[in-house]
Design a protein around this ligand. Structure first.
Ligand code: SAM
Ligand code: SF4
Length: 380
């Protein structure tokens, strides 16, 4: 669950950002944006997502592995223990997936996967040896999940998780951590109270624990479960963001923001709030630092004291085209391209500096419901 700002919130966070110096800590890679699923709510491949509006030949493009390795070599040269998140689309559809991960490990990077979990089975050993943590999407008990992600997908993903857990047991290994993420949307919010029960029925010999961000290591777990509210915007706010980018950063935005537009959130937010409170009480979780889910969905201005985003000082994002951006879900303000520019040129270049300068004093109108805005400055 997203949390309110911690020690660094409100004006303390504004002050923190004023002092920040760029220091790369995390890269997010979208080496391919292909996906074998069409999840209804997905901002990329879902009903309002941008991928179906793009020429399909373009979307089949994949990053050249040699160019990518050269670039990653530069980034890791002076930045040991870099965190690298590989996502997409479905990251395992990238045709050079194993070569990419192997290279990153040789550069001492810590590799994390955001995956739909459908393609794990043939890669269990490889994942065991190279991945720190997997975030696997399961969007509710079987019938809810399958109605969002496709018939039979719950069964396949659970079998794949089983295979991973068995291999971890066989090797007596702690890694990779397996996190399950359920995105709360109009398609599944009614199932939230049954989700933990459904997982425990499916994994009767495993410990399935609802993630408690204050006490993440309190309980031993085989599967950690996180509930993540939908990221969204309104049509007016999205358009105002596009205008803001043009006026202040001279940037013509992509259609990506449109993938987050919800005309009507379609959730009975008071019912969801009540169900979540019951669930958290059953699971014994202190919820005092969680965002109020009703406010989250009904008052988009409320950022829960998370007044600033620190991502541009610590993170860079590379898309399938080689384009490099500061923002994970908005391929709009481009720093450059890995086919043409070096890491140093982009990271310390004029465009990155201008973007950070703008974000030091202002927020973008799409930021209010972005995961990076909800990331703790301390933990970045
Ligand atoms: C875009 S997917 C890519 C990785 C992989 N295909 C998967 O489904 O996990 C990354 C995460 O974003 C989530 N997601 C997609 N659209 C979203 C939205 N509008 N709000 C919040 N999360 C979203 C997915 O459920 C998934 O957990
Ligand atoms: S599997 Fe992931 S990327 Fe693919 S459609 Fe679903 S949420 Fe989107």
């Amino acid at each position: 669950m997203l949390t309110k700002a911690g020690r660094l919130g409100g004006t303390a966070l504004v002050e923190h950002v004023r002092q920040l110096k760029p220091q790369i800590k995390q890269l997010t890679l979208f080496p391919s944006e292909l996906c074998n699923y069409r999840c209804s709510f997905c901002h990329i491949w879902g009903e309002t997502g941008w991928a179906l509006k793009e020429p399909q030949r373009a979307i089949r493009e994949q990053l050249d592995i040699d160019v990518l390795k050269r670039f990653l070599g530069e980034v890791t040269e002076n930045n040991k223990n870099l965190g690298v998140i590989i996502t997409g689309g479905e990251p395992m559809l990238y045709k050079h997936f194993t070569e990419l991960v192997t290279y990153l490990r040789s550069r001492k990077a810590n590799v994390y996967l955001l995956t739909n979990g459908s393609l794990i089975k043939n890669r269990v050993e490889f994942i065991m040896e190279n991945i720190v943590a997997l975030n696997i999407s399961i969007d509710g008990p079987e019938e809810f999940h399958d109605s969002i992600r496709g018939k039979g997908s719950f069964k396949t993903i659970c079998e794949n998780i089983d295979a991973l857990i068995q291999e971890k047991r066989r090797r007596k290994k702690m890694f990779p951590f397996i996190n399950i993420t359920m995105v709360l949307s109009k398609y599944n919010y009614k199932s939230v109270k049954d989700f933990m029960r459904a997982l425990r029925e499916r994994f009767p010999s495993e410990s399935v624990v609802l993630h408690d961000s204050r006490n993440p290591w309190m309980k031993r777990r085989d599967l950690s479960v996180n509930l993540a509210p939908l990221l969204f915007t309104t049509p007016e706010r999205g358009q105002a963001y596009a205008d803001q980018m043009k006026e202040h950063l001279n940037c013509d935005v992509s259609p990506a923001w449109q993938g987050f537009v919800e005309e009507d959130i379609g959730i009975d937010t008071l019912e969801l709030k009540r169900d979540l409170e019951e669930l958290w009480a059953e699971e014994g979780i202190d919820t005092s630092h969680f965002v109020d889910i009703h406010d989250y969905f009904t008052d988009i201005e409320n950022v829960f004291e998370r007044s600033k985003c620190v991502a541009p000082w610590h993170e860079m994002v590379i898309r399938r085209t080689g384009d490099v951006y500061p923002c994970v879900d908005l391929p709009d303000y481009k720093y450059g391209n890995i086919y043409e520019n070096s890491f140093q040129d982009m990271w310390e270049g004029e465009r990155a500096t201008a973007f950070r300068d703008y974000l030091r004093d202002d927020n973008l109108l799409m930021c209010n419901r972005c995961t990076r805005m909800f990331a703790d400055a301390e933990s970045f």
